[in-house]
Design a protein around this ligand. Structure first.
Ligand SMILES: [Zn+2]
Length: 210
């Protein structure tokens, strides 16, 4: 079962992806991880991607797809995968058709103000990268994993959040139409468990095997 996960930053998309991956035995693939893995293994395609990243340029779509194609051939993707953060445009969605069949697209929806609210209270550990939220129970201001004081990333500040969410909205709306025949929409206004429940039911009903 091959899935795409759509959802703005702050929508809880990452947590949902983890739940699906764990329950259904499929692999979560974010483009960032895809490049990092390939680079770490010193694969030729990964090193090529690194050249673009070092120059601060976007990795071209053809190269991204080649890396993805290699990744999904690996044995851990036998039961399927969830793409997170890709495709981001119609052009990419068209190109993806040549590499993989997508069964379902899960669109995680959270009202704009709520995304902003969740992102502005998000705090990051400078040492281990763990993410926490001031609104979560037990928040102390220190990292739960390594006790380092947390900080607010520049791109989690209000102005940057606004820009990120606007860009997201603009690029994703056409994708929702593109995948309308295989789209499942879920609201993430409730808890992570509330968000996951209907998605799980949908996937089980549509042939996902746990
Ligand atoms: Zn930490």
């Amino acid at each position: 079962m091959n899935l795409i996960l759509l959802g703005a930053q702050g929508s809880g998309k990452g947590t949902l992806a983890k739940n699906i991956a764990k329950d259904f035995g499929i692999v979560q693939i974010s483009t960032g991880d895809l490049f990092r893995e390939s680079i770490a293994k010193k694969e030729a395609l990964g090193l090529k991607a690194q050249e673009y990243m070092n120059k601060g340029e976007l990795v071209p779509i053809d190269l991204t797809l080649k890396i993805l194609k290699e990744r999904i051939k690996k044995p851990d993707c036998k039961k399927g995968f969830i793409l997170d953060g890709f495709p981001r445009s119609l052009e990419q969605a068209e190109a993806l058709k040549k590499v993989a069949t997508i069964d379902y697209v899960i669109n995680v929806h959270l009202p704009y103000e709520e995304c902003v609210a969740r992102l502005t209270t998000r705090r990051t550990c400078p040492k281990c990268g763990d993410i926490d939220n001031m609104d979560y129970p037990g928040y102390t201001g220190n990292c739960r994993k390594c006790s380092t004081p947390l900080f607010q990333r520049d791109d989690d500040k209000p102005e940057a959040i606004k820009t990120r969410l606007e860009v997201y909205e603009k690029t994703t709306t056409p994708l929702i139409d593109f995948y309308s025949d295989r789209l499942f929409k879920v609201s993430s206004l409730g808890s992570p468990a509330d968000t996951y429940k209907p998605v799980k039911d949908f996937l089980l009903k549509h042939g996902g095997k746990k």
